[in-house]
Design a protein around this ligand. Structure first.
Ligand code: MV4
Length: 500
């Protein structure tokens, strides 16, 4: 047990604020670090102390582990919370933090390193009989041998980089004829991207759902899961909408996936908050993909349905406290959705649309949570992730959470930059989303910029009408493709009425 009195948050934006809020509630003092581009950022103002650690580029500031550790020494910091991204899954940084006598709020450097290698992770979890996609257990080196395995597995197959993850370093191979060239490309890509050319083969699951399980482990060997998040609505491996619980898991499947996730965590002696990713195929078979050894962007939906503050749990665990609950104490209450609001133009191939937030008014009201890091008048810096906010809703069931999200989108006022809000409204009203009949191909299948074209006067009324229709029609619509919402239905905005 080691009480934490002062935390440095090695991050920026909404997650830095998110972490500091909980620290403040726990009576822990907070230190922000910031780059020259973030002098006026909210996380700097929110913290008790703040130190500029370098230039605008991440490599000059938020990735400077050495400088950040020195700030901890100078200011008497006990612990570092890395947030997500930046140094959060850097085993070398976690180790340096420990060697400096500080607490890293996260898993051990060994667990980070193990899960960072997809092949090592698969080997480590194999003894728990975790379901995995058929393929190779070791790096492929011999082309002919690899081609033979690919034939046995059956095309199409995927070649994945062991050092990749999150969709980086993946190649679909359709047939034996192109196998050799694809393998060579995969190896050279992996070598230049990760400094590790190890690649392996997996059977390609065509239209899977992405389901991940939140786990918590303490330093006393207790591990629990906090149910699933459904993250299938993604665009180029960037999640757009997440929810908990999933619309399609049965209690039995949830229990089974949860148990497997706990075993994955056991396999690496996991401590802290982590996420075990699975693919779920159309026959409800699930396969372990990888484990993310950080707090995830989408953690709020899990907080909403469990009533737990995941950052508080992380801090208590880092202090050495045993978990205050057992698996059987946990239950799902209600339903939560998260929409990531990006400064991107959905009508223009989601190009980042940076600039100034001329108008910025958050939605409010029962069941609406906004995690963001901006205020009206601020510029979105070009150097970092273009996420403006996470819009989170909570309702007694999925329908209520969707209705609240559509209401919150229509209430959100953002001018000066284009955002993904209208895109979110489109997805949330789509029959395939509403019925729960969707997978990771949703956006490819149903989205094109034309679906957002609308006449300026229509919008709020259309959303209200769609909401009313949804609330009155409780039964599942018949076919997935039957009733894609029309173009006029899907904008938010309040904003357009105001600005004219
Ligand atoms: C796969 C797959 C199909 N088959 N593996 C992408 C992120 C990374 N964690 C693994 N990914 C995938 N692995 C096999 N054997 C399809 C994907 C995938 C995907 C997974 C989850 C969510 C969105 C995705 C989009 C494209 C591909």
């Amino acid at each position: 047990m080691r009480k934490i009195n002062k935390i440095l948050v090695a991050n920026r934006g909404e997650i830095a604020l998110r972490v500091m809020r909980t620290a403040k509630e726990m009576g822990i003092r907070t230190v922000a670090v910031y780059s020259e581009a973030d002098r006026n950022a909210l996380h700097v103002r929110f913290a008790d102390e703040a130190v500029c650690v370098g230039g605008p580029k991440s490599s000059e500031s938020y990735l400077r582990g050495d400088v950040i550790i020195q700030v901890c020494r100078d200011l008497g910091v006990d612990a570092i919370h890395p947030g997500y991204g930046f140094l959060s899954e850097n085993a070398g940084f976690a180790k340096a933090v420990q060697e400096a006598g500080l607490i890293f709020i996260g898993p051990s450097p060994e667990a980070i390193e193990l899960m960072g290698s997809k092949l090592a992770a698969k080997a480590a979890v194999a003894k728990y009989n975790i379901p995995m996609v058929p393929g190779t257990e070791e790096a492929i080196t011999d082309v002919e041998e690899a081609k033979q395995i690919a034939r046995q597995v059956g095309f199409p197959i995927l070649i994945k980089a062991s050092a990749g993850g999150g969709g980086k370093g993946m190649r679909v191979v359709e047939s034996a004829e192109v196998f050799e060239e694809q393998m060579q490309l995969a190896v050279s890509e992996a070598t230049s991207a990760f400094g590790d050319g190890s690649v392996f083969i997996e059977k390609y699951i065509g239209s899977p759902r992405h389901i991940e399980i939140q786990v918590l482990g303490d330093t006393h060997g207790n591990i629990v899961h906090l149910f699933e998040r459904e993250c299938s609505i993604q665009r180029r491996h960037q999640k757009v909408i997440e929810e908990a619980p999933s619309a399609i898991l049965t209690p039995a499947l949830r229990e089974e996936m949860g148990r497997n996730a706990v075993n994955v965590a056991k396999a690496c002696n996991y401590v802290g908050a982590g996420t075990v990713e699975f693919l779920l195929d159309e026959h409800q078979n699930f396969y372990f993909l990888e484990m993310n050894t950080r707090l995830q962007v989408e953690h709020p939906v899990t907080e909403q349905i469990t009533g737990l503050d995941l950052v508080k749990e992380q801090i208590l665990i880092a202090e050495g406290n045993p978990l205050g609950f057992k698996q059987e104490d946990l239950k799902i209450n209600g339903h939560s959705l998260e929409l990531r609001v990006y400064a991107e133009d959905p009508a223009n191939n989601f190009l980042p649309d940076i600039g100034k937030l001329e108008t910025y008014r958050r939605p409010q009201g029962l069941g609406v949570r906004v995690d963001d890091g901006f205020e009206q008048g601020m510029e979105i810096p070009i150097y970092y992730d273009p996420m403006i906010a996470k819009l989170v809703t909570f309702g007694k069931d999925r329908q209520e959470a969707i209705a609240k999200m559509l209401r919150a989108i229509s209430e959100y006022q953002i001018t000066g930059i284009e955002t993904t809000l209208p895109f979110g409204a489109y997805v949330l009203q789509h029959e395939a989303f509403v019925s729960g009949n969707f997978d990771t191909k949703f956006i490819d299948r149903y989205f094109s910029p034309e679906v957002l074209e609308r006449k300026p006067d229509e919008g709020a009324d259309e959303v209200a009408a769609a909401l009313a229709a949804m609330l009155m029609n409780k039964k599942k619509p018949a076919a997935a493709d039957a009733a894609a919402p029309t173009a006029e239905k899907n904008n938010s905005n309040w904003r357009r009425n105001r600005t004219r």
